[in-house]
Design a protein around this ligand. Structure first.
Ligand code: PLP
Length: 384
């Protein structure tokens, strides 16, 4: 039998998925803090807009790049919310941020070239590199520096073999929002090597202590930045699968051409939903952000008061990345917490080498669930 290709075989199964499956298989009450999506449903005005668009005939293919009015809404939102300026011809509407990343990596990382990213990082970058037949390279950022972006360390790892560098800010899993200075330095180095920074900004609307600014807006070389955005996290729309890639025309044109053979276009109905989310009333989203901020503050206070656990203060997204005081690797420790204490966290080792010995807690959960989950975590750590 002909073997599946190496590029698909190299893709690893995510450890978050391992915990998810384990949680589904046990028969006990669990507090699930491992999942990375808002617990809020999509607001009604977005659902109504999508339903009426569908009733009025928006049930057909759109152009590969997406509806012009959807790209206009994205362009306006990027400019006003994050200071990133793009013409609608420099934007392709994608099936989630996931497809935008896939297209960006395919367009920039050639076979054998490296895809660099600071760790701990979202596990899918590694798979994206494998699918492009490139080499993923995690450059660890230590907890002692609160997982902040150390530009020197990342630039040292860059070279002529670098296809692209991914910067995720705010970060999944650490909740860190990178400072402007190191971002500028990394983009400058990418421009010197004539390569790209892929700015994964799917959490850009979720910053708590500072105004969100896009990587492209912070650097002197916006033409060397490809911005990935999404309605998933910021607008509670994970199931609509609606994201975008924005950047230099040469890359966007190629990405738009390639996607004709994979997804063809993002869902027409979801594009109408995105227009409503981006241009309609913002109050439901603001209430959601306020809820996330209150939960962030609650989680930080509880962790500060807990023996044997610590975490740098998350500045964005909805994750706290915990250090625990137990001599155990992250995956077996997460399994122990699930089986013995009924709380589910994502093992940090699923986020690369720099995540080993840590756990990711998602605070996209109600206060009641967070309270119960943190009680169980405290009991688990002290009893271990
Ligand atoms: N980037 C990061 C860092 C993520 O955490 C996720 C989802 O968890 C994505 C991209 C992709 O999200 P989506 O495809 O739902 O837009």
């Amino acid at each position: 039998m002909h073997e599946p290709t190496v590029r698909v075989q190299r893709a690893n199964r995510s450890q978050i998925r391992v915990m998810f499956d384990l949680a589904e298989s046990v028969d006990r009450d669990l507090v699930r803090l491992e999942v990375g999506e808002p617990d809020f449903d999509t607001p009604d005005h977005v659902i109504e807009a999508a339903a009426s668009a569908a009733r009025e005939g928006a049930t057909h293919y759109t152009s590969n790049a997406g509806l012009p009015e959807c790209r206009r809404a994205i362009s306006d939102a990027m400019a006003s919310d994050y200071g990133v300026e793009h013409d609608i011809d420099e934007i392709v509407v994608t099936v989630g941020g996931m497809e935008a990343l896939h297209l960006a990596v395919l367009a920039t990382v050639g076979p054998g070239e490296e895809l660099l990213y600071p760790g701990p990082s979202w596990p899918n970058y590694e798979t994206q590199a494998f699918l492009a037949e490139g080499e993923p390279v995690e450059v660890p950022m230590p907890v002692e520096e609160r997982y902040d972006l150390n530009a020197d360390r990342l630039i040292e790892a860059m070279g002529p073999e670098t296809g692209a560098v991914i910067l995720t800010t705010p970060s999944n899993p650490t909740g860190r929002v990178f400072d402007p200075e190191p971002i500028r330095a990394v983009v400058e180095a990418a421009a010197d090597y004539d390569t790209y920074v892929i700015a994964d900004e799917v959490y850009a609307g979720l910053t708590y202590d500072r105004e969100p600014r896009g990587v492209a807006a912070l650097s002197g070389h916006p033409d060397h930045v490809l911005t990935v955005g999404s309605c998933s996290k910021t607008y509670a729309m994970t199931g609509w699968r609606l994201g975008w890639l924005a950047g230099d025309r040469s890359v966007i044109d190629e990405a738009t051409k390639v996607r004709e053979s994979t997804t063809a276009c993002a869902s027409s109905i979801s594009q109408h939903a995105a227009i409503a989310a981006l241009t309609g009333p913002q109050e439901p989203f603001e209430e959601m952000y306020e809820a996330f901020e209150r939960r962030r503050d609650y989680v930080v206070d509880r962790l500060d008061a807990m023996d044997g656990v610590s975490a740098p203060r998350p500045e964005g997204a909805f994750y706290a990345f915990l250090d625990y005081d137990a001599d155990a690797e992250a995956l077996p420790f997460a399994k122990y917490l699930l089986k013995e204490h009924g709380v589910v966290l994502a093992p940090g080792s699923g986020f690369g080498e720099a995540g080993e010995g840590r756990l990711r807690l998602s605070f996209a959960n109600s206060m009641d669930r967070l309270e119960a989950g943190l009680d169980r975590l405290a009991a688990g750590v002290s009893e271990y």
